[in-house]
Ligand binder design. Structure first.
Ligand code: GDP
Length: 398
């Protein structure tokens, strides 16, 4: 009997043990699954986007990133999310940009054109008035010699024509300004492949003038015109310049050749950039350079070497000098120094949207004997325009 009772107790204990384990096990498993499920949620695709969501989140990511393919649920592995890839931007072509940006130009030149029109419309044009006209021109950075020449030309015209309606005054001044701004040398940039190699552009100028920004904007504009571009980050003295350039390039699919080393030899980076451009058969290689202007000898050593070394691989098609239009006479001094060191083929006047006085266009072209080819009219990525004399003069006259 006792044995019988012991047997029943043992069986009962056994049953309790098994039941307890079974009761506990599912709870434990369920816990693990949940945390794993949670893990998968974090690494897998985003929660479904509801109709309400699409307005904000959907549109913001659509332009900035390439859509990631959705992983089938069964294969969701807990791997780190890939960094979002930016979609390439499609910059607008260069044509017509100056007209689009004309309002900015007109804003920055306000006063200059209207002051001249006001003075020339006076009933009596005496010596004092002509002196005032000359003063307005000089204050607008036209330069003393061109200002005197303009006054002399205008005086002759007024004498010959006699009467002056407002339209006539405007037409006369427009013709005179155009005469000063127009150049014989073409303003077009040589940016197409020729003789089986890319066009090579060297961009020079004092740091702070907007050189690197101009290289970035120019790359965009050329991509907008359907060209393939490679950038050379030879401004190795300013740590951020290469990053800045690379970012500009990445936005439009232009690669950047740069050095990993700080203070690397600019000439060697420029050489590598041109070599890579030749290998990759791009249309144009644009090289950004450093613009430390401690002494003319420093500059001559540095830019001279970049030029010599690049020319071992390819002729240089354009040397573009970037000048900050707001610096007036100081900008002209810089232009003189650079022109002695390298053969400048074109001028880029930046910040013409700011407090710049338009006369600098006349002064610098006259000083260097090379045309203004591009103008910077803002900090936006597409605020660089091929220079057009008529649009510029019309903007001055308001
Ligand atoms: P760098 O040292 O010559 O390479 O000069 P950066 O390219 O770094 O430009 C210096 C500053 O000038 C930056 O803040 C640019 O955004 C600004 N900048 C460049 N071009 C223009 C322009 O056409 N208009 C205006 N308003 N700012 C400009």
């Amino acid at each position: 009997m006792i044995a019988y009772i012991i047997l029943i107790v043992v069986i009962a204990l056994l049953l309790l043990g098994v039941g307890g384990t079974m009761l506990l096990r599912p709870r434990g498993m369920h816990g693990v699954r949940r945390s794993r499920a949670k893990e998968l949620d974090l690494t897998g695709s985003m929660p479904a986007v509801t109709d309400d969501d699409t307005g904000s989140r959907g549109s913001a990511t659509a332009t900035a990133t390439a859509p990631a393919p959705a992983a089938p649920p069964a294969q969701r592995a807990p791997e780190p999310a890939a960094p979002p890839r930016r979609a390439l931007e499609k910059p607008p072509p260069s044509a017509g940009r100056m007209v689009r940006l004309r309002a900015r130009l007109a804003r920055s030149q306000s006063g200059f054109g209207s002051a001249l029109l006001g003075l020339l419309s006076r009933d009596r044009l005496d010596d004092d008035t002509w002196d005032e006209i000359e003063e307005v021109l000089i204050t607008a950075d036209v330069g003393v010699t061109p200002a005197r020449q303009m006054v002399s030309d205008l005086r002759t015209k007024v004498k010959v024509e006699g009467t002056r309606t407002p339209e006539e005054v405007r037409g006369m001044l427009r013709a005179e300004l155009l005469n000063q701004v127009q150049t014989e040398a073409p303003r077009t940039l040589r940016t197409q492949r020729h003789e089986g190699r890319p066009a090579v552009l060297l961009v020079v100028g004092v740091n702070g003038t907007g050189k690197t920004t101009t290289v970035g904007k120019l790359a965009r504009s050329l991509v907008g015109d359907g060209e393939t571009v490679l950038l050379g980050a030879a401004d190795t003295f300013r740590a951020a310049a290469a990053d800045q350039l690379q970012t500009w390039g990445e936005r439009v699919g232009a690669s950047t050749v740069r050095s990993d080393k700080e203070q690397a030899d600019p000439a060697s980076v420029a050489f590598d950039a041109v070599s890579t451009g030749i290998e990759q058969e791009v249309d144009v290689v644009i090289i950004d350079t450093a613009g430390r202007l401690h002494t003319k000898n420093d500059l001559m050593d540095e830019l001279g070497k970049v030029k010599r070394v690049v020319e071992k691989r390819s002729a240089i098609d354009e040397v573009l000098l970037v000048l900050d239009a707001t610096t007036g006479q100081n900008g002209l001094r810089q232009a003189r120094v650079f022109a002695e060191v390298v053969d400048v083929t074109g001028i880029v006047l930046t910040k013409l949207d700011g407090t710049a006085k338009g006369g600098i266009v006349i002064a610098v072209q006259r000083e260097l004997g090379v045309p203004v080819k591009l103008v910077g009219l803002g900090e936006g990525p597409d605020d660089l325009a091929p220079f057009d004399a008529e649009t510029f003069v019309d903007a001055i006259l308001g």
